[in-house]
Design a protein around this ligand. Structure first.
Ligand code: DC
Length: 218
């Protein structure tokens, strides 16, 4: 079994930024499980599948294979052998991932991939249900959060930097909706594990959050 650090929290809390930096400092492999859900979401988008149609989603899972690789230490997602990493961050993909991740067949599809990575390697894995469901025996569990306003602003700045047209209000609404879906779904909802450390990054710099998390890690 590798040394396992789980980071869960809502969209835009900074999990991936922080987890990548902790991985670098500690020599762990960073595993972004949201990217796996996004990879499957691209499959559903390509097929024009309605995310509310659970049967169609479950059926489409059967001919989707999501795998993970690393190029220069950066995680890559392959959908049926094609590298789809550059398509993962679109809002449309995130929304499709949030909706379809509530469907059991979707979660089932990715569960073993996530657990096998943690068995083999020292990982810092981020997601929604890592500490509660995927790796209940993780060595360190962090629940990283921030206010909706802070998270919306961060996402807005990120999109602006990429030159994408967006509105702060729309992003806030999207974040609220995604929180609601991720936290209230029946299967593996986002919640803090009882033994997770709560870190609220609203008023912290990136380095402060990294330092705090590193203190809990081997
Ligand atoms: O972290 P992210 O925004 O890339 O995740 C996209 C969606 O995938 C998110 O809205 C919920 C879902 N997800 C999940 O259900 N479980 C995970 N472990 C990771 C992501």
């Amino acid at each position: 079994m590798g040394y396992n650090v789980a980071i869960d929290g809502p969209a835009g809390a900074g999990k991936s930024t922080i987890a990548k930096l902790v991985a670098k400092e500690k020599g762990y492999i960073y595993v972004d499980t949201g990217a796996m859900y996004r990879g499957l979401a691209i499959h559903f988008l390509n097929r024009g599948i309605d995310p509310e149609d659970r049967e169609a989603v479950a059926e489409a899972c059967r001919d989707a294979e999501v795998t993970i690789g690393y190029e220069d230490g950066v995680q890559q997602i392959y959908l049926n052998g094609e590298n789809v990493t550059s398509m993962l961050r679109a809002e449309e993909t995130g929304n499709m991932a949030s909706k379809t991740s509530a469907i059991p067949e979707v979660r089932e599809k990715l569960l073993e991939l996530q657990r096998s990575l943690a068995r083999e390697k020292d990982v810092i894995m981020d997601g929604r249900d890592i500490g509660t469901n995927i790796l209940p025996n993780a060595d360190v569990k962090i629940y990283l959060t921030a206010s909706v306003e802070t998270r919306a602003r961060r996402r807005y700045d990120e999109l602006q930097e990429k030159g994408e047209d967006c509105s702060l209000e729309e992003i806030s609404r999207d974040i609220r909706e995604r929180d609601e879906r991720d936290m209230t779904r029946e299967i593996a909802p986002l919640k803090k594990a009882d033994d997770a450390v709560l870190v609220d990054s609203s008023d912290m710099t990136i380095q402060q959050v990294v330092d705090e998390i590193c203190r809990y890690c081997r």
